[in-house]
Design a protein around this ligand. Structure first.
Ligand code: LLP
Length: 861
């Protein structure tokens, strides 16, 4: 193909991409490849990373003569890269450096920087960087022309636009422009030019606003009719959520322009939202790719409508959104009222993003990106608006958006996902008219957690392999961060488990490796000083031995549990046992004190009625923090309606009696419930215990209880253990000096256990099909008691497709005897082994001989 016929392609490289020799080697090899494919290459690049920030700082500081080392720092960055690339910096940049110094002096003298001067100064970053880049490319490839983008990107003088925007956030036309194409054609088949900058109709320098290099590249592509626009950055494409917050986020292989626009507008920082329109107008595909990993194919954005099944493609967040809530004074029905309200927004130049209305309230959100001046005008604006309605400004909230297409058609499927809102205050819900976006506004602190949970429910569980690519760790070759995302242990041990049932019959099986993995997760909660295993969850001796070896203490709820620990580990230090009885008979307290284990009182009654028992003793007190939490009302153990703990209004009397009896309160304890997924729960408990400790004085230990939730089936969310750790770290920093204890049960053992049972009979009653197994609520009562929904599989037929929806039921004489209802299952046969997963906690310990059917035994592997 001769050069005359060759087609142009635009490659844009961001700041990080152009800041190291390593990346430049990749850049050159990409350019080589494209040229080998027959393309002419227009390379658009940004300033070196961090330089635009420094230039902005110069503008801010110059009027006060505070530029100090800044100019030198800017120069040094270019020297460093120049040296690495082995290009002559002084020769290439001498003029720019002196211009930069002159401009800074000028600003210092005049005491201000006009928009014009600001634009010229900001443009220096791109001008300098591209001169180094072009020199390197020329040396490596023997060709490459440096072009001044200001000769190509002419910006428009729009009416009704402020001078500031015309100069610092300029826009250009998106039509093809023969003059630009001719200029590039004349320069050869490889040009290097700047992003971010252009010139206005008088030829003066302007810039396109932060992130403007993407936009420049799109303008170039549109103007020269490029075949493709490649945006090279430091991430491998657009993802189904921000991979930093959601490690299981998946690469989006393909997006339509509309979807990409929605994603870019709603907070994905990979691609500037304004860069999509020019490409879309000319049907130029955009490829988003990673400079560090050029072999990855990234995300392709094009006309081709993706007819894949996934409708929700991304869950995005915008932080620090501002809400304006307007409460009616009975005027909503009046004609023209809303017009008056919105006129006030217009006057103050505030652009509204989301709106939600009810009979008496209209709440709108302001996008921080477009309303940076809100804080300057806030007072006047609120005053004026208050003339029309009652106004409340709500800050520190985030907009969490489900983005995709035809979202309306799938809302009903999202039912399960919406359970995550049980614990959230939702300020605003909005469904965009274009049906691409469904948004919730929640507190900043809750946003990331909500994104993780929604992602887990909607994307991870969708099982859709077509629309979603690999995760970031998979792409970048990093380790999976969390053992909980690995495939379940029982899949790998399928043969061994089938064998065990063959030999031992229906059984619980516990996997020691998995116990250890979950223990390690609890151990990773750094601010916690000591961990006890709440043995009520699973009292199997082998399991107890494992936790003993790992250095866990034991939390016991009955004297029977205390005795079992002492039988198994006669040499155990008594201080490693905490006995936390509730309404136990007096004798158990006496025995515990004699044995010398830590004892917790959770009622004032023993102090009032059996004072002599506790004189001169050391005790823990279980406090009711006033609220409970958990997966089911039966397991919420705090608040007025729960029988546990000393209420705070009795603390004064407790303090008096403690004093009288010369009791030392060594620790305070609280356990508000079980199966908690809110990571801030333990911090909240700590704060309350700390308040009580201050009242009592002399307390060393705060035991924050157990309750750490797990995923009983794949549609549920994980507890964010790291968030538990960081919130406790905050507590610890604010209130050093306490030892923090926790006492998880379920989290440590649940996932390591499975119940294996065998199919006895099959039945079909019309639509309802039953798979009968040889044990039921006598072995595992959680589904009957709490409606728990555990993963259930046919272990004998793991590879067979699901063909029907069935109820899995046991042989007990109650209709509640169900292990699982409405489960997708392969066709089953008598004798197949059915596995009920995540049953290591509160499984065998809650089993019974009901109907004189002995429950499943236990095997530890
Ligand atoms: N500490 C105390 C004082 C407790 O009462 C409990 C559990 C724990 C710690 C451990 O909680 P975990 O970390 O396991 O959530 N049978 C119910 C759970 C009852 C929990 C009772 N107390 C279920 O199957 O969900």
């Amino acid at each position: 193909m001769s050069n005359e016929e060759a087609h142009w392609i635009v490659l844009k490289f961001g700041g990080t991409s152009v800041s190291s020799l390593e990346n430049w080697k990749n850049i050159v090899s990409v350019i080589k490849q494209r040229r080998a494919e027959g393309y002419r290459v227009c390379m658009v690049h940004s300033a070196l990373s961090g330089i635009s920030d420094k230039l902005e700082e110069l503008i801010e500081r110059a009027p006060e003569n505070e530029t100090g080392e800044l100019v030198q720092e800017v120069k040094n960055r270019h020297y460093e890269l120049g040296e690495a690339l082995e290009v002559p910096v002084d020769e290439l940049l001498a003029d720019d450096f002196s211009e930069l110094e002159h401009m800074v002096k000028g600003m210092e003298l005049i005491g201000e920087a006009s928009y014009r001067v600001q634009a010229r100064l900001l443009a220096m970053g791109e001008l300098m960087a591209t001169k180094l880049g072009a020199a390197y490319v020329r040396r490596e490839l023997g060709t490459g022309a440096w072009i001044d983008a200001r000769d190509c990107i002419r910006t428009e003088t729009l009416k009704d636009v402020s001078e500031r925007s015309l100069i610092l956030a300029a826009v250009s036309a998106t039509d093809e422009d023969a003059s630009v194409r001719e200029r590039l054609d004349a320069a050869g088949d490889l040009v290097v030019t700047q992003g971010f900058i252009g010139s206005d109709e008088n030829g003066k320098t302007v810039v396109l606003g932060r992130g403007g290099s993407d936009v420049s590249a799109a303008y170039f592509a549109a103007k020269i009719g490029a075949d493709r626009l490649e945006i090279w950055t430091d991430v491998p494409g657009l993802f189904s959520a921000n991979p930093q917050t959601v490690p299981s986020a998946r690469l989006l292989n393909h997006l339509s322009y509309k979807e990409a626009q929605e994603i870019a507008t709603n907070g994905a920082e990979v691609l500037h939202p304004r860069s999509i329109l020019p490409a879309r107008k000319h049907h130029i595909p955009i490829h988003v790719r990673c400079t560090q990993r050029p072999e990855l194919s990234g995300t392709v954005i094009s006309d081709e409508s993706s007819d894949d099944a996934a409708l929700v493609k991304t869950i995005a967040v915008r932080k620090d959104v501002v809400l304006i809530s307007m409460e009616s004074l009975g005027m909503w029905q009046q004609v023209g009222f809303l017009a008056e309200v919105f006129e006030v927004f217009r006057q103050y130049g505030l652009s509204i993003d989301l709106i939600s209305t009810s009979e008496s309230n209209v709440t709108v959100s302001l996008d921080p990106g477009l309303n940076s001046h809100f804080h300057d005008v806030r007072k006047l604006f609120v005053e004026e608006l208050s003339g029309l309605c009652r106004v409340k400004v709500i800050e520190s909230v985030s907009a969490v958006s489900l983005l995709g297409r035809r979202i309306r058609t799938i809302l009903h499927q999202l039912g399960g996902a919406f359970e995550v809102f049980e614990e959230q205050k939702v300020y605003l819900v909005n469904q965009a008219a274009n049906d691409l976006n469904f948004t919730f506004v929640v507190e900043n602190e809750q946003a990331e957690r909500l994104v993780r949970q929604l992602h887990d429910h909607i994307i991870t569980q969708s099982g859709n392999q077509q629309s979603f690519g690999l995760t970031w760790p998979e792409l970048m070759g990093e380790q999976e961060k969390d053992v909980r995302d690995q495939q379940p242990w029982w899949k790998e041990k399928q043969e061994q488990l089938l064998d065990l049932v063959e030999r031992s019959g229906t059984s619980y099986v516990y996997d020691t490796d998995t116990l250890k993995k979950y223990a390690a997760m609890i151990e990773s909660i750094d601010p916690v000083d000591y961990r006890l295993y709440a043995m009520k969850a699973n009292a199997n001796p082998e399991v107890l031995r494992t936790f003993r070896e790992l250095g866990f203490g034991f939390e016991c709820v009955s004297i029977g549990e205390v005795r079992r620990v002492l039988e198994l580990f006669p040499d155990i230090d008594r201080g490693e046992i905490l006995f936390t009885p509730n309404f136990a008979p007096r004798t158990e307290y006496g025995e515990a004190l004699e044995l010398g284990v830590n004892l917790t009182l959770d009622n004032i009654y023993p102090l009032r009625e059996w004072p002599a028992l506790f004189e001169d003793e050391e005790l823990f007190l279980r406090i009711d923090p006033g609220h409970g939490h958990g997966h089911h009302k039966h397991v919420k153990t705090g608040g007025m309606h729960s029988k546990f703990g000393i209420p705070r209004f009795e603390i004064e009397e407790v303090a008096e009696r403690v004093e009288e009896l010369n009791i030392t309160v060594r620790g305070l304890h609280a356990h508000i419930g079980s199966g908690i997924k809110d990571p801030y729960s333990w911090k909240r408990t700590a704060i309350i215990l700390h308040e009580v400790a201050e009242e009592l004085g002399g307390v060393d230990i705060l035991d924050l209880g157990g309750g750490f939730g797990i995923r009983e089936n794949e549609t549920e969310a994980h507890l964010d253990v790291q968030e538990v750790a960081s919130s406790l770290e905050q507590f610890r920093e604010a209130h050093p000096g306490y030892e923090l204890w926790v006492e998880p049960g379920r989290f440590l053992v649940a996932v390591a256990g499975v119940l294996l049972t065998r199919v006895t009979q099959l039945k079909g009653k019309g639509q309802v099909k039953y798979v009968g197994v040889d044990t039921g609520m006598n072995s595992f009562i959680r589904p009957a008691l709490y409606g728990a929904r555990h993963t259930i599989v046919n272990l004998s037929r793991l590879d067979e497709p699901n063909s029907q929806s069935v109820n899995i039921v046991g042989p007990i004489c109650e209709s509640g005897d169900k292990l699982g209802i409405d489960r997708l299952f392969p066709h089953a046969g008598e004798g197949d082994v059915v596995l009920v997963a995540n049953t290591g906690a509160y499984g065998q310990v809650m089993s019974s001989n009901y109907n004189l059917r002995p429950p499943a035994g236990e095997i530890v592997i």
